[in-house]
Write a protein that binds this ligand. Structure first.
Ligand code: HEM
Length: 501
């Protein structure tokens, strides 16, 4: 008898997600999608390495707003495939929070930074502080810092010889260097190679935790188990906290009142207080040094990963489409003074190069399924109910690679962003209607201003100094997608241009 009762309980437990799905889909009218299987939820419908493509296929059956359970989690995740719904949702204050991933409890024990905290007054203040710092960095020293890194990078790649190379790690070191310089004000020569390697290993481990497919996020109970994965994350967190404190102390000693990097503005805020009357005293208390460190960590994590990824995509796109690279070269030849590096001041004079930056961001769609939001209250979108606490992703890759939104969507055509006079189209132009590499609405990418400048410098100076040849046969620009959309693996031959202008 006991055995029978246990068996019935087990069957009910296994079938619970499917039964709940039937209630949610047919009674509550949440967005349509597959019914979950025991243990794996809706994962059986997603190819784990290319979920962006699988979800695109599922739109044919379920439409452009659908829901699916990633694992045996408590709720269905909504995935949006249409700009109109993204706009509607991400301008609604009830859909601007971030999910509290189980992994965050391990990696941000002192409270969340801007990337993962709710859309509240502290988020607004942190975001304002960071954006101010990034604008100052762009105005003051970005071109110089970035060009130093790229010079070292191109020299290193050329010294490696002229055979085909996998340059992913070199690009990662370059993005670590640029991001560390923007956030903390130091370059990689401040580190031993062992420290660099450990930092990168820690970074990769921490990033993997942000994926909805990380075991800790699918099976949250793991975070309470004495297993190696959990111990490693705790060690990383401790090392990171100690590093932040050391760098902060150094900045306090040397602070002159000028902001050269994001840590400088944190010192300024801690020394001079928060210059605003919009937050209450109890909110001010939450703005302590540790929460600002979390924001800085978040900025640095997003910076390293996204910068590396977009540089990897740029090399692939330009190497595969040599006519585009040659057009950039011609524009540079006609516009920029001979034998000088291209700086950010040249952006407005190089519309074709600028258009290439836009096109690379479109075809790569490096955030893939975007950064997840979560609803604070029940809301209605597209005639469906999205219940409180629902996680929402945007299939940015689909919006950017969809024949309804883009003519010749598979072609690399920077010209699409230029008007009949060869100038960059205005942001109000129809072409930008379905263009959302940095998201949309009230909670878009904090690093947009930085990355547009860095990418422009990378693309222009890469093409100015190198010829690029991809050695693999890569038929389409589609990669694997977990937390971000990574380019397919490739080897590239870079040769210094014989006559650089
Ligand atoms: C090509 C490069 C990049 C792309 C395509 C990109 C795209 C995005 C997207 C789509 C979001 C989510 C927006 C939303 O929730 O709807 C985001 C958030 C964010 N990005 Fe970027 N990003 C890039 C580079 C960077 C860099 C270099 C940094 C830092 C220096 C950065 C910092 C952030 C932060 C902190 C957030 C979280 C903002 C928040 O939650 O309030 N990103 N980014």
């Amino acid at each position: 008898m006991i055995f029978l009762i246990l068996l019935v309980c087990l069957v009910c437990l296994l079938l619970y997600p499917a039964l709940e799905d039937i209630y949610l889909l047919y009674i509550e009218k949440v967005p349509p999608g597959p019914i979950s299987l025991p243990i794996i939820g809706g994962l059986y419908k997603l190819n784990s390495s290319k979920p962006h493509l699988k979800l695109q296929q599922l739109t044919k059956r379920y439409g452009e707003i659908m829901s699916i359970r990633f694992g045996p989690s408590s709720s269905r995740t909504v995935i949006i495939h249409n700009t109109k719904f993204v706009q509607e949702l991400y301008n609604n204050q009830k859909a601007l929070d971030r999910p509290d991933l189980p992994f965050f409890e391990l990696i941000t024990p002192h409270g969340a930074g801007i990337g993962s905290r709710p859309y509240d007054k502290i988020w607004m203040l942190h975001t304002r502080i960071v954006k101010l710092a990034l604008h100052k960095v762009c105005q003051n020293s970005l071109s110089e810092k970035v060009m130093e890194t790229f010079e070292v990078l191109f020299n290193r790649l050329n010294e490696k010889g002229n055979g085909p190379q996998d340059i992913a790690i070199d690009l990662k070191l370059a993005s670590l260097d640029i991001t560390s310089s923007i956030c903390y004000g130091f370059h990689d020569d401040d580190w031993t190679s062992d420290q660099m390697n450990l930092l990168l290993k820690d970074h990769d481990k921490a990033m993997s935790g942000l994926s909805p497919f990380n075991p800790i996020n699918i099976f949250p109970f793991i975070k309470n188990l004495p297993v190696r994965l959990v111990k490693e994350i705790k060690d990383i967190t401790q090392r990171r906290d100690e590093l932040n404190q050391r760098i902060y102390d150094r900045h306090v000693e040397n602070y002159t009142g000028e902001v050269h990097d994001v840590m400088d503005i944190i010192v300024d805020v801690m020394e001079n207080g928060y210059n605003t009357s919009h937050i209450t005293d109890s909110q001010k208390k939450q703005m302590d040094l540790k929460s600002l460190f979390m924001t800085l960590t978040c900025l640095s994590m997003a910076g390293i990963d996204n910068m590396q990824s977009i540089m990897q995509w740029s090399v692939l796109v330009l190497g595969k489409h040599s006519s585009v690279a040659e057009k950039i070269f011609m524009e540079l030849q006609q516009t920029v003074a001979m034998d000088t590096s291209v700086t950010t001041e040249s952006r407005q004079h190089l519309p074709y190069t600028e258009a290439c930056v836009y096109e690379i961001l479109r075809v790569s769609s490096i955030t893939g399924l975007g950064v997840p939001h979560i609803t604070r209250e029940d809301i209605q979108v597209g005639g469906y109910k999205i219940t409180k606490g629902t996680q929402i992703f945007t299939n940015i890759w689909h919006i950017h690679n969809n024949s309804h939104n883009w003519t010749d969507h598979e072609a690399v055509k920077p010209e699409r962003f230029l008007d009949s006079n060869g100038q960059l189209k205005l942001k109000s132009d129809e072409i930008f209607k379905n263009y959302l590499p940095f998201g949309l609405g009230k909670r878009t990418c904090t690093g947009e201003v930085i990355i547009l400048n860095v990418l422009f410098l990378f693309v222009s100076n890469l093409v100015r100094t190198q010829t690029i040849k991809i050695d693999n046969h890569i038929s389409e620009l589609i990669g694997n997608c977990d937390m971000s959309h990574k380019p397919p693996a490739y080897k590239v031959t870079l040769n210094p241009r014989v006559c650089q202008f």
